[in-house]
Design a protein around this ligand. Structure first.
Ligand code: ATP
Length: 277
């Protein structure tokens, strides 16, 4: 079973509070990106996960196998191979997407009908979005509440920039303070724009905002340097997730190539992509 595990961008992300269970309560507009890991799932006599990139700890895909096995009363045995294209700890949800793809692939392989979004919520806060299969969604709670949004008729062009370092999510949340918050009303306005079918590149540029930006900038100087350098060239950059990945929103493919060139010439690693795919 072969499943594409797409990356995501958060067009807008608000932290609305801290919950009694220690998690932060979020509201965010998630969209898929045309960059994906290749996940293959096959029957096996034990649990084995191979990943083309070395990870610090257990692969989230292994935890996905165990969670689905527990929920469906099966032995947690499967072979999962992951060809990684989504950068690690970049704010693009790569591990969560691999876990969701593993759940989908395995559910088909085992022919079981399980609530993959609920099972996914135990694995990580971005997993329910990927498990939902939506191309755009309003995500809230600690990530378990996913309301699919109708994507624009055509995918939207963006330029994705990746400062060459990893930024662990926990470090950014550790530095976050409630006084950093700026994004709550922007999230609501962007959700309304999706609901009313009036999402354009301009609308995204107007409402894109991320409450984790100030904390991410405190942890990672390159984010400030890159955003300042891009702004000096008339290009606003936005943060996805807890960073460090940044993105610009382009008017069309030609504009994305043009913006990508300007940023690359200024020393930033920038690549044209599409969202809501
Ligand atoms: P998010 O935006 O969901 O917070 P992220 O994009 O910043 O996540 P990931 O690359 O998904 O970060 O994962 C962060 C950590 O999770 C990695 O440092 C890695 O050790 C661990 N991890 C476990 N399984 C995977 C996997 N299959 N792919 C990537 N990371 C994984």
């Amino acid at each position: 079973m072969r499943v594409a595990a797409k990356a995501k961008l958060n067009l807008a992300l608000a932290v609305v509070g801290k919950r009694d269970d220690g998690y932060h309560e979020l509201r965010s507009v998630f969209v898929t990106l045309d960059l994906a890991d290749d996940v293959r799932v096959a029957p096996h006599k034990r649990l084995e996960v191979r990943n083309t990139l070395p990870l610090d700890g257990e692969d989230l895909a292994a935890r996905a196998v165990t969670a689905l096995a527990r929920a469906t009363g099966r032995e947690p045995f499967a072979f999962v191979s992951i060809r990684k294209r989504i950068p690690l700890a970049a704010g693009m949800g790569g591990g969560s997407s691999d876990a969701a793809a593993t759940l989908h692939g395995l559910a088909q392989l085992w022919r079981v009908d399980a609530d993959l979004m609920r099972i996914g919520a135990e694995l990580g806060s971005d997993v329910p979005f990927f498990a939902s299969g939506a191309r755009a969604a309003f995500v809230s709670g600690r990530g378990e509440l996913v309301r699919a949004l109708a994507p624009p008729r055509d995918p939207i062009d963006v330029v994705v920039l990746r400062p060459p370092l990893r930024l662990p999510t926990a470090e950014v949340f550790g530095s976050f303070t409630m006084s950093d918050r700026v994004a709550a009303s922007r999230v609501e306005q962007l959700v309304s724009a999706f609901e009313q079918g009036r999402v354009t590149p301009d609308v995204i540029r107007t409402y894109a905002a991320n409450d984790l930006l100030a904390a991410a900038e405190r942890q990672c100087e390159a984010i400030t340097t890159w955003r300042t350098a891009a702004a000096a060239r008339g290009i606003p950059l936005f943060l996805t997730g807890s960073g460090p990945t940044l993105f610009a929103v382009a008017d069309d493919r030609g504009d994305a190539v043009r913006v990508g060139r300007i940023l690359t010439r200024a020393g930033m690693r920038a690549h044209p992509h599409k969202i809501c795919v």
